[in-house]
Design a protein around this ligand. Structure first.
Ligand SMILES: Cc1cc2nc3c(=O)[nH]c(=O)nc-3n(C[C@H](O)[C@H](O)[C@H](O)COP(=O)(O)OP(=O)(O)OC[C@H]3O[C@@H](n4cnc5c(N)ncnc54)[C@H](O)[C@@H]3O)c2cc1C
Length: 393
């Protein structure tokens, strides 16, 4: 079985490894001249770290990561704790895999290191995908045509493949933007910050957690915005983010003040699709289900796609590829779509203005944490997939 994967982000790399594990000969095509992952921190919930374990990469990734003991939700103005959700060893025992926080580049490198260089075509832009009964093809900007039994389009939130397959829907601006920065953790040691906290305020929130074995503090401030470009490398004006957080808990302001380089990122989504697959071609990752990051699940869902795709192709003959891709999409669409909706809802809940609705939200969260210990997303996921040492299957 041969496969072409378009896009070497976290989704495309995980798909390449999962397909290789299923016995496919994979060519990974990426437009960038070298493997890169910009941005800062990423959180991997147990659904994603179970996939890393299946790929044989959990130990290597965990060695670069931090494992928070809990997530603390706080109020914006005085920092009072609304509730805390258990993570750490208790979550690992309950869900059969750890909750990890790490630098995106560390995750990307761990995945990329497992792809043999002869399987990779860098600096190669895909400009078209077509297929017949026997074969799927990609056409590159230099006019080359590559063929395989299947093509996986993991080309991100701005996916062109999605438009070629399903028509002209565009990435949609979520009217939220994220300021992000990385600080040496010892520069903020005097603030006694919780290791992992979400500070909820009117129309905005701040998240921080530690990466690189705790040496760096990753800070993300999210707020409503009229417009913002989708770029990991656009710098924010100095002080721009501070004005937006006037009156916040002094610890949050101190962190934002000490952040040297701040980057601004507009958050875009794609509408849910009823189908991801046509014949021998399928979408995977953000191209299929880009979502706002308020449940930290975009990359996790891409990795779950990759895992299920590999299983669907295991033992399939080339003639069975369309059926196998259908099985993959049927197993993934409902969950990914519900996580997309849940992430959008989390944003609305996080950004309530001060008043009765925000107080009711706080009371709900505190009651939930007191009863379950874990957050609602983790509890729902365990109910769907089973907990303990079972696999994701
Ligand atoms: C601020 C923020 C915080 C986040 N935090 C988390 C988190 O904590 N946990 C989590 O699970 N998720 C998180 N996410 C979501 C996560 O980053 C994405 O869901 C994930 O990176 C998507 O991976 P992907 O491989 O699908 O797409 P991408 O990473 O966008 O990769 C697409 C690749 O395709 C290549 N490409 C595109 N077009 C072509 C073409 N025509 N030819 C060849 N190559 C092409 C691109 O160069 C790129 O390398 C966050 C997102 C944001 C914005």
């Amino acid at each position: 079985m041969t496969a072409i994967v378009v896009g070497a982000g976290i989704g495309g790399l995980a798909a390449t490894l999962s397909l290789r594990r299923a016995g496919c000969d994979v060519t990974l095509v990426e437009r960038a001249p070298r493997f890169t992952e910009v941005g800062a921190g990423i959180q991997l919930a147990p659904d994603a770290t179970r996939v890393l374990r299946r790929l044989g990469l959990l130990d290597a990734v965990a060695a670069q990561a931090t494992r928070p003991s809990h997530l603390s939700f706080r109020t914006w103005s005085d920092g009072a704790e609304i509730c805390r959700y258990t993570l750490g060893r208790a979550a690992e025992e309950a869900f059969g895999a750890p909750y990890l926080q790490l630098h995106r580049a560390d995750l990307h490198q761990a995945l990329a290191a497992e792809v043999p260089p002869r399987s990779v075509r860098l600096d190669t832009v895909v400009v078209g995908i077509d297929q017949d009964d026997e074969c799927a093809h990609v056409t590159t900007a230099s006019g080359e045509r590559l063929g395989a039994d299947l093509v996986v389009a993991a080309d991100g939130v701005r996916s062109a493949a999605r438009q070629w397959l399903f028509g002209a829907d565009e990435a949609v601006f979520s009217h939220t933007a994220a300021y992000r920065a990385l600080l040496p953790a010892d520069e903020v040691a005097d603030l006694n910050l919780p290791d992992y906290a979400v500070w909820l305020g009117p129309h905005r929130h701040v998240v921080h957690y530690r990466v690189r074995r705790g040496e760096l503090l990753n800070v993300v401030a999210v707020f409503r915005a009229e417009a913002a470009e989708e770029s990991w490398t656009a710098r924010a004006e100095p002080g721009e983010q501070l004005r937006a957080f006037d009156g916040w808990d002094p610890r949050v302001l101190s962190v934002l003040e000490r952040a040297g380089q701040v980057f601004r990122y507009g958050l875009y989504t794609r509408a849910p699709l009823a189908r991801w697959t046509i014949g021998r071609v399928t979408l995977l990752g953000d191209s299929a289900h880009a979502m706002v990051p308020f449940q930290a699940q975009g990359a996790a869902q891409a990795m779950l796609d990759a895992d299920v795709l590999g299983d669907a192709l295991t033992g399939a003959a080339p003639a069975e590829v369309p059926d196998a891709l259908d099985r993959y999409a049927r197993r993934r669409i409902a969950t990914a779509t519900s996580v997309q909706a849940g992430s959008a809802r989390a944003g609305e809940e996080f950004h309530l203005p001060d008043g009765p609705e925000a107080r009711a939200r706080n009371a709900r969260m505190a009651a939930y944490a007191a009863e379950h210990g874990f957050g609602p997303q983790a509890t729902a996921w365990a109910a769907e997939h089973g907990s303990g040492s079972q696999t994701t299957k």
